[in-house]
Design a protein around this ligand. Structure first.
Ligand SMILES: [Zn+2]
Length: 402
């Protein structure tokens, strides 16, 4: 709640985007929380705020627990923050017991997990896995400033990114507590979720080119109306999203549409449509991508349009580590809950860390499944239970040979 008072002026909901003044203030608060908890705090070159607690055996690789404290525009108070605050609380309790762990414990507030004005998400977790590239740093926002500039002015050292890297196998494990952002837990009447897999996302940018004509004088059969083609693709996307194949499913969204010239009395000449597919099943994603391309081809030929589908990103599903999943389910049971195994439709920093370490995630319920909106809510007792389960998970994973 204290973090939620730090929001951008004049923005709706609880808005605290990466690089904003509110974000800088929030991270100063998180840093203080970490210090009060007894952690040694550093800001790495990529802008990740890391609080470290020594372990019984300093030779062992660290057990890392993290999340993020930035929000989407008009977002809520729990997405990301729950994971950061609970992790700091876990560390505070452990530090108070003389650091009860074998492994060093790192608590990480990753820089900018949500998509930003440069069109890229998960800045911090990409950087530590060596996936924040020079091309990324050269991305520009609407004012012409580059991501590299933005990082520099906010106290990061983008020229030293190589030194921020966590090598393959250098972590014992990575754990993240997060709100579900969906309604499965609520519907099942469960309080703790253990994530099976983080959905892969395929994003397509579809360019539909027709011809601008007079809306009064051009007969219907002579039109090459780009927006009508886009409309068919929008409805087709819904059909594709409903396809179930051998128990495999997913979701499809046509979320953005631009029309040119966007004028009442002109037959639309061009439409730009963004479609994304998400699933925890690789085959489903691949087959639905083909479906979308086939549909685009059909729309193009039946309406004499030029339709190009460009895949902007195609991320595979990221399974959580099976051994960690088992441990986390037992940890959740030990704090008196009956955990629900469930997939994550949203992506997380954990999906990037999975490149270099075994990962697992715990979920707590989101009221009415709402998230990325001001109504986002988890009850205080649910957050508390999540923190308890996380503490138990940290203790159990610390004691496990992975
Ligand atoms: Zn999040």
């Amino acid at each position: 709640m204290e973090l939620s008072t730090l929001v951008e002026d004049g923005q709706p909901g609880w808005t605290r985007r990466v690089f904003s003044d509110a974000y800088k203030q929030s991270r100063a608060l998180v840093k203080t929380m970490m210090q009060v908890a007894g952690l040694a705090v550093t800001l790495d070159p990529a802008g990740n705020l890391i609080g470290k607690l020594g372990g019984g055996d300093p030779e062992l690789p660290p057990l890392v627990v993290g999340s993020h404290s930035d929000t989407v525009s008009a977002g809520g108070r729990f997405d990301g923050m729950v994971g950061v605050v609970a992790a700091v609380e876990v560390a505070r309790i452990l530090a108070g017991h003389g650091g009860a762990l074998r492994h060093p414990l790192w608590i990480v507030d990753f820089l900018g997990e949500e998509p930003n004005q440069f069109g890229i998400s998960c800045l911090g977790s990409r950087a530590v896995t060596g996936h924040l590239t020079a091309e990324h740093l050269a991305l520009r926002d609407e004012t012409g400033a580059s991501l590299g500039d933005a990082l520099r002015t906010s106290g990061c050292r983008p020229d030293e990114l190589a030194s921020t890297r966590w090598p393959d196998g250098s972590l014992h494990a990575y754990l993240e507590l997060h709100i579900e952002q969906g309604a499965r837990l609520e519907r099942a009447g469960r309080q703790i979720g253990v994530v099976t897999c983080i959905a892969g996302i395929s994003r397509a940018s579809i360019d539909i080119e027709g011809r601008a004509d007079h809306a009064g004088t051009t007969p219907m059969d002579l039109r090459r109306d780009a927006l009508q083609g886009a409309a068919e693709l929008v409805l087709g996307t819904e059909v594709i999203g409903r396809v179930q194949e051998a128990d495999e499913d997913g979701v499809a969204t046509a979320g953005r549409l631009l029309v040119e010239p966007n004028s009442t009395n002109v037959v639309p000449a061009r439409a730009l449509l963004n479609v994304e597919l998400r699933s925890v099943f690789e085959t489903w994603l691949r087959n639905r991508s083909t479906d979308l391309e086939t549909l685009a081809g059909r729309v193009a030929s039946s309406r004499s349009l030029a339709v190009t589908v460009q895949w902007v990103s195609q991320g595979d599903p990221v399974p959580c580590d099976p051994r960690l999943r088992r441990i986390l389910s037992q940890s959740a049971a030990r704090v008196g809950t009956v955990p629900l195994e469930l997939p994550s439709g949203a992506s997380h920093d954990a999906a990037h860390i999975a490149r270099i370490a075994p990962i697992a995630m715990l979920f707590i319920p989101s009221r009415d499944g709402r998230s990325h909106c001001p109504e986002e809510w988890s009850d205080p007792w649910e957050v508390t239970l999540g923190a308890k389960a996380l503490l138990q998970a940290v203790l159990d994973v610390d004691g496990a040979a992975l």
